[in-house]
Design a protein around this ligand. Structure first.
Ligand code: PBG
Length: 326
């Protein structure tokens, strides 16, 4: 036998020399759920270890993450039912607690990268990402609402906007509105290939944002489709996106690889709530070992081609890294 691949696995040091992929805390984005009020920290029952928190606690959370070298956060608002309406007015209202909180976070911690969610569902009495009329989600009537929301988020101080709504043409509409309002520096992390997935359940629990009727299949992508992800990526690239995102991550590693191989924009992957909940459940049952299974999972998403990984395990990974365990 002339070729013995095992020789390059002989010791920890040799394995280190030949390691092809390295995941750093710099690649991670930590999602946080913001709740209006004070001194609130409610655990999300279907996503243990994650909380809906008021701004005072979010500030503490961010401070402790920064000490671990974790600098990027995706922030989602949990909006009270009485503030929701058909046209998501609250999403750009001047007294929106989410927008005010972001300004405060950015003032306290200017070194953070804060990423928003652009979609109507947290503010919509219909629980859909776009505007609903007679049971239909109307694309072109959603665009002006999403655009107003986006400009308000840029004004509040977000570094990157994350349109997760999957309406056609929204990246261009948002890019143009940002530029017209002087926000040429605010970037767009587009949810490019966002699938109509069964793995968003715990997130919708966290925000009480599940659709009141119907599902999201007329705007989110069919899990069976791959070619279509290329089309969405081409559109988002031409419309001015700065990042292309694939969501969910684990069941869609082929899509992450496909976009990474075909486009020169950075790729983000969203390791979504249901994916994290599955792993947490197995670990809490003693069926898997968290400190091994979790880093392997995040590494796999990065190896598939994701430059940035959005994950509810970001802080756990950063903690393990700080302790030299990974
Ligand atoms: C809403 C949005 C969703 C997620 C991020 N933004 C839910 C949905 O589309 O229903 C899901 C994230 C997760 O499950 O972790 N536009």
């Amino acid at each position: 036998m002339l070729r013995r691949p095992r020789r390059n696995r002989n010791s920890k040091t040799i394995r280190g020399l030949v390691r092809e992929t390295r995941l750093s805390t710099d690649n991670l984005i930590y999602p946080l759920f913001l709740f209006d009020g004070k001194n609130i920290k409610d655990e999300i029952h279907s996503l243990p270890g994650n909380y809906r928190q008021s701004l005072d606690n979010i500030l503490k959370e961010i401070e402790s993450c920064l000490k671990l070298g974790l600098h990027s956060f995706m922030i989602f608002p949990a909006v009270a039912e009485e503030l929701k309406d058909k046209v998501a007015t609250y999403s750009y209202s001047p007294d929106n607690f989410y927008l005010k909180a972001v300004t405060e976070i950015k003032k306290r911690f200017p070194e953070t990268c804060l990423i928003s969610d652009v979609a109507m569902d947290p503010y919509s009495s219909d629980g859909h990402d776009g505007y609903v009329e007679n049971g239909k989600i109307l694309n072109d009537k959603s665009l002006p609402i999403l655009t107003k929301m986006a400009v308000a988020q840029a004004e509040a101080g977000f570094d990157l906007l994350g349109p997760s709504d999957m309406m056609d043409g929204r990246v261009q509409a948002i890019r143009e509105a940002l530029d017209q309002n002087g926000f040429t520096e605010t970037g767009i992390m587009s949810y490019t290939a966002k699938y109509a997935s069964a793995f968003y359940g715990p997130f919708r629990d966290a925000l009480d944002s599940a659709p009141k009727a119907g599902d999201k299949k007329t705007y989110q992508m069919d899990p069976a489709n791959k070619q279509e992800a290329l089309k969405e990526a081409e559109l988002d690239t031409n419309e001015g996106a700065d990042f292309l995102m694939v969501k969910p991550a684990l069941n869609y590693l082929d899509i992450i690889h496909l976009l990474k191989s075909n486009f020169d924009l950075p790729i983000a992957a969203y390791h979504v709530s249901g994916e994290c909940a599955m792993l947490t459940a197995a670990c809490r049952n003693g069926w898997l070992e968290f400190e091994k299974a979790m880093p392997e999972t995040l590494l796999s998403i990065h190896r598939a081609g994701a430059d940035a990984v959005i994950t509810y395990f970001a802080k756990d990974f950063a903690t393990m890294r700080k302790e030299g365990k990974v």
